[in-house]
Design a protein around this ligand. Structure first.
Ligand code: PEP
Length: 251
């Protein structure tokens, strides 16, 4: 099965209006129909409507999170539902990014609820998983990933409604990346576990992204590894030269 690569930028809590619009414009400018890969940018919620509403011929926009609340509207101060994100014109949302898991105490169960809310609203959920340095050093990486897949991915997910992003926590924003063999092993284990959860056909079609210190200089190599179907990019998604430098390796 050939899976179309997805190059996704997570802007985190960066960019005010002028800079965010300029960066999105620069990305959309390069997103010509006919590109051999898909592009996704995930601006902060403050800019989601503005950027999702911008003219473009290709390129998708996503949120970085959606509410866990069981209803699409109601007394949930400060929360933004998946329905509201969809209403703004977004097509995707991240869920379970390691910064949400660490800084906001999100468990696998919370992440799965958010992913299910996203899917119910018509969004594609990018479910983020990954081991900590302590877990890697104690040889628990594959067990952690299997547990996170089972706990965070809704059992009715499909290749159209769900993407998994493997992001070793210790590789995010640190400049460190796992070896190619480690990435290959992790992605193969994730796909095998998805096969048990969703069935072999769905697991085969579902995209698994690698995230963690991806930059133009290492992108071609990382994206050539078996079962790596794209990249989730933090720091390097904030500069058009870097973000497009990564995407261009897939031309
Ligand atoms: C991320 O935050 O999802 C990420 C991968 O960050 P960075 O590319 O900066 O490591």
């Amino acid at each position: 099965m050939t899976r179309r690569k997805l190059i996704a930028g997570n802007w985190k809590m960066n960019m005010k209006t002028a800079d965010g619009k300029a960066l999105a414009e620069a990305v959309f400018d390069k997103c010509r129909p006919g590109l051999p890969f898909d592009i996704l940018i995930c601006p902060p919620m403050s800019l989601l409507g503005t950027i999702a509403g911008m003219n473009r011929s290709a390129g998708a926009v996503g949120a970085q999170d959606v509410a866990e609340a069981p209803k699409p509207a109601g007394a949930y101060t400060g929360d933004i539902s998946a329905e509201m994100v969809k209403d703004l014109g977004a097509a995707y949302t991240l869920v379970g990014h390691s910064e949400r898991r660490t800084l906001h105490g999100e468990t696998d169960a919370v992440v799965r609820t958010k992913a299910a809310n996203a899917i119910a609203a018509g969004l594609t959920a990018v479910v983020c998983i990954g081991e900590t340095l302590a877990e890697r050093e104690s040889g628990k990486t594959l067990d952690v990933l299997r547990t996170q897949v089972n706990g965070s991915v809704p059992p009715d997910a499909t290749a159209g409604t769900c993407v998994v992003a493997y992001e070793p926590v210790w590789a995010i924003g640190t400049g460190k990346v796992p070896t190619n063999a480690d990435v290959a092993e992790a992605h193969a284990a994730i796909r095998a576990e998805l096969g048990k959860l969703l069935g072999a056909e769905t697991a085969d079609a579902l995209r698994i992204l690698y995230g963690g210190s991806v930059k133009p200089s290492n992108a071609a190599e990382l994206l050539a590894i078996d079962n790596v179907d794209g990249a989730l990019i933090g720091g390097a998604s904030l500069k058009i030269e870097d973000f497009w430098g990564i995407a261009e390796t897939q031309q």
